[in-house]
Structure formats: C-alpha cells, structure tokens
Design a protein around this ligand. Structure first.
Ligand code: HEM
Length: 505
C-alpha cells in the first residue's frame, strides 16, 4: 500500500510539471493562432477564416485600419491573415519598400492574382503587365513621355481646359452662389485632360451643363466592380459568377465592353486621321511607332486613363480641403502666385501638394506578389506567391520619420529658407522615393509624375489666384477618405466658390 502510494507520488511529481508544461505550450500555441498580445492592434486570426471578421468589420476603412496596425508594430511590417491560409505582408518600412521596389524588383511583380482580377478591364496594359509585356510598353512610353513636344502639348491642353472651361464654371458658381461638388469638377477636369493627352480626343466632360458622360460612368463602374473581386471571401468566386454571367460580373462585362468599344472607336478614327495629318497625342505616337493591333493599343490607352484621371483629381480634392482649414498656407500660396510669374518656380505650391499627398496619397496601398521565396530586410519570411503590400498612407504617418507633428498639414517641412533671405523659401527639400513612395519607386516609378505636378500646379495657381474654395460641411465634420484602386472623398466635396475680386494672369 505504502509502495503504491510512493509510486503514485513519484508519478505525480514527475508527470505533473510535464503536464503543466504541455498545457502552457498548447495555450501559447492557441493564443498565437487566435490573436496576438492583448496590447497589440493586430487582429485576431482563426484557422481557415484568418482575420476575415476583422477585415469585414473594417471593410469601409481598410486603409485607415491597416495603417493604425502597421504604424503600431516595431518593424512597421505585419502579416494579415486572409481566408484559407492566405497571408499578406503589409509594410510601411522604407527599407522593405526599397527592397521590393528596387533591389529585389525582379522578385516582386503584379502577379497572377492581381493581373487575373484586372485582366478583363485592363487587358495587358502597362498597369496590369509584368515581364516582357511591361518592359516593352515602359520603353516606348518613357520615350514618348520625355519629349519636349509632349510637354508643350500638355501645357496647352491644361491651360485651355482651365481658361475655357474650369474658370467660367467657377465664375458662374461664385456669381450664383451655388453649391457644387468640387471633386466631381476636378475629376471632369482630369478626364478631359487625359483624353486629350492620350487620344487627342475631347470628351468635353467639363462643359457648363456638366453632362453625364457614358464612357466616364462605364469607366467608374469597371474600376469599382473589378476592385470588388479582390475582397471576396472565397478567392476566385467571381470566376463562377463570370461563367454564369450573373450579378456584378454581368454588370462588369457590360461596363468593360462600353469602355473598350469607346477606346477602339477612337483608335479607328485616329488611324484614319493619321493619314492626313500628324498629331502629337500619345495614341498617335504609339500608332506611328508601328503598333497597330487594336486590342493592344486599347489596353495601353485604358491604362493611361486610369493612371491619369483619378490620381490628380484625388490629390487636388484633398488639397483644397486642407487649404480651407489652413489659412496661413493659403496666404503663403497667394503671396507666391503674386511674386512669381512661372508656375515652375512655385515651390511653395509644389511643397503643399507633396504635403497633401503625404496625408492623402491618391494610391494609398499598392500590392506586389513574390515570384520566389525571400526574406525581407526586417527578417520577415516571404513565401513564393505571397502578396507584399506597401502602404504609402501609413508611411506618411510614421512619427519616427515625420516627427510628432505628423498629423499637421505643414508644407514648410518640405522647404528650406536661405539664411540671408529669412523671408523667402528658397529650396525644395525632397524625400527619398522609398520613404515617400506616393508615385511608387524604382524601375516602375510613375511615368506621369512630372506631368501630374505640372497639371496640378497650373490648376492651383489658376484657381487660388481668383477664387476661395469654401467647403459646405457640418462644423467640425471631417470628410472620409475611401479607396478603390485610387482614393476619393466619400460622397463628394460640396463647396461654395467666392471670387477674390481680382483678375490676373
Ligand atoms: C498625383 C498624381 C499621380 C500619382 C500619385 C500617381 C501614382 C502612381 C503610382 C503609385 C503608380 C504605380 C502603380 C502600380 O504599378 O501599382 C503609378 C504608375 C503609373 N502612372 Fe502615375 N500617378 C499620378 C499621375 C499620373 C499621370 C497624370 C499619368 C499619365 C497620364 C500617370 C501615368 C502612370 C503610368 C503610365 C504608370 C505605370 C508605370 C509602370 O507600371 O511602369 N500617372 N502612378
């Protein structure tokens, strides 16, 4: 009996601690699987479902939600668990961004998932191409983008859109004291410009009656419905809907057909026109360099419209919102407009636009996919096929980079004064492209960056010199930043226009 008692005690002495140890291990394992530490902002993750519930809950504010999380992590990088074991690495770490966009560029492509979701809409256009197809378009486009004649053409297009359409519309709104949706106006402005630049075609979308433009409506629909493919619970479920031609996939097919038909009609007209005279728009340049396959040229053209339309209008919408809340910045801009004759020299406006896009980048998050296993500079392990997303919206909010005053709209953080001339801003101080990847960076950096600044600066100088843009919002209410492929202000930007009572320029 005593013997039995002794051996039971012995067994308990040896095995109880082992049992406790195993229990503790299981608990830790479960904790890792289902959540992170209670103080962390990392969302809970479950087998099969991943963080689907948290993602669903934050669907409308995915950009802000992931920004809060990534900026709270020590490495500025975290894995977001999607359904069925899929994992996305989200990063706001400049060294990681440099790695994926530049030093290991070859390993980070758009990838099958991204290209597959957007293929119906964008085909093999530059925005949706990898490898040789991308290289080829990049080569021709960079050459065409850098010609002096295109630059001059763009200046003329923007100036006439400004003086013949935008200013008269704003004059009328000021005289009649009407409320207008400034986001809509700026999108129309950008759409007319990009169509004229890309096709040499004027859709006159910013004419006084502000007509609904069939092509622009179809284009918006195609962007929205294609983006929805990215967020579905079951990956590739859209393929079944597409095969059955039902629901959103049916609507997408109709919208895409309208967009492509429109693009092709213009290409046909252009080919005809080219026989008679030489035009300088991008499409003519592509056609005259020997690329006449209609589908392919349509792909290229659609990508350019996507690139050039919503990006500049988003930046400008948020710029005018920020300006209305920062009268001292507005005064500096007016001073600069009065002192300088060339838009090129207006560095305070340039800095204000950079500062706007730091807080509200037109492309707030951007996805890449690894074509092979890799380890990121911060030690994160990446498996072949995994998506790695860099997050410009979060990167503009990193305290270590921008300082404690990062929430402030302060264009001066981009400028330096000369000691001898205390009064004047003399130098624009750029940030490296990996700390501020608003235009992406590395070999795939935005081709239209210079064109975008030129357009935006001309518009700002032209509008601010003549008008004050006054938001019509409930006192203290903040507009909401939303994003499909590019960012927008939710519900538009209602404003009143006040004339400054002086005509210049
Ligand atoms: C404020 C304005 C703009 C911003 C913030 C911006 C930003 C970007 C970003 C982030 C990308 C990379 C997208 C990706 O590959 O996923 C990009 C690519 C591109 N952008 Fe822009 N963009 C702007 C204006 C423009 C304009 C006006 C054009 C010309 C019409 C343009 C033409 C392009 C092209 C062709 C690409 C593709 C480059 C490539 O893949 O090699 N962009 N842009």
């Amino acid at each position: 009996m005593v013997e039995l008692h002794l051996s039971t005690s012995l067994i308990l002495c040896i095995f109880f601690p082992v049992f406790l140890f195993i229990l503790a291990k299981i608990k830790t394992k479960l904790k890792i699987l289902s959540s992170s530490s209670p103080s962390s902002k990392l969302p809970k993750s479950y087998p099969i479902f991943g963080s689907f519930l948290a993602i669903l809950k934050n669907k409308e504010r995915f950009v802000q939600w992931t920004s809060d999380i990534v900026t709270s992590t020590p490495n500025l990088t975290f894995p977001l668990h999607r359904t069925f074991g899929r994992k996305i690495i989200i990063t706001a770490n400049a060294a990681v961004v440099e790695h994926i966009l530049n030093s290991n560029f070859i390993n980070y492509e758009k990838g099958h998932f991204f290209r597959g979701n957007l293929r119906d809409f964008l085909g093999d256009g530059i925005f949706n191409a990898d490898g040789d197809k991308w290289k080829f378009q990049r080569q021709i486009s960079s050459h065409e983008f850098n010609t002096k004649s295109l630059r001059k053409f763009v200046e003329n297009v923007v100036d006439s859109e400004l003086s013949d359409r935008l200013i008269p519309i704003l004059n009328r709104a000021a005289a009649e004291k009407t409320v207008i949706d400034f986001q809509d106006i700026l999108q129309r402005f950008a759409f007319d410009n990009v169509c004229k630049i890309a096709f040499g075609y004027d859709p006159a979308y910013l004419s006084p009656s502000l007509p609904p433009e069939k092509f622009a409506v179809a284009f918006d629909k195609a962007v929205k419905l294609s983006t929805e493919r990215f967020t579905s619970f079951i990956p590739n479920f859209w393929k079944i809907k597409k095969a059955l031609d039902v629901g959103s996939e049916k609507q997408l097919r109709i919208a895409v057909n309208q967009v492509r038909e429109f693009a092709k009609e213009i290409i046909r007209e252009k080919k005809q026109e080219e026989i008679d005279r030489k035009s300088v728009d991008l499409l003519s340049r592509f056609l005259s360099s020997g690329h006449s396959d209609e589908d392919f040229v349509a792909d290229i053209v659609i990508s350019f419209i996507l690139a050039g339309r919503d990006s500049t209008s988003a930046a400008l919408t948020w710029f005018f919102w920020l300006l209305s809340n920062n009268p001292e910045v507005e005064n500096e801009i007016i001073k600069e407009i009065n002192e300088k004759s060339e838009v090129k020299e207006m560095i305070y406006i340039h800095a204000s636009l950079c500062e706007t896009m730091r807080l509200y980048p037109p492309v707030p998050i951007d996805i890449k996919a690894a074509s092979d296993d890799d380890v990121l500079p911060d030690g994160t392990v990446v498996k072949k096929g995994m998506r790695v997303t860099y997050h410009p919206y979060a990167m503009g909010r990193v305290e270590k980079v921008w300082g404690k005053d990062w929430p402030e709209f302060r264009p001066a953080r981009w400028l330096r004064r000369e000691a001898a001339e205390e009064e004047k801003w003399s130098t624009f101080v750029n940030r490296d492209q990996y700390t501020y990847p608003v235009f992406q960076a590395g070999p795939r950096i935005c081709l239209g960056k210079e064109m975008a600044f030129m357009q935006m600066k001309r518009l700002v100088a032209g509008v601010v010199r003549r008008f004050k843009v006054v938001p019509v919002v409930v006192e203290g209410a903040e507009p909401v930043f939303i994003s499909d492929l590019t960012a927008k202000m939710k519900g538009g930007f209602p404003v009143r226009i006040e004339a400054r009572g002086q005509e210049g320029c």
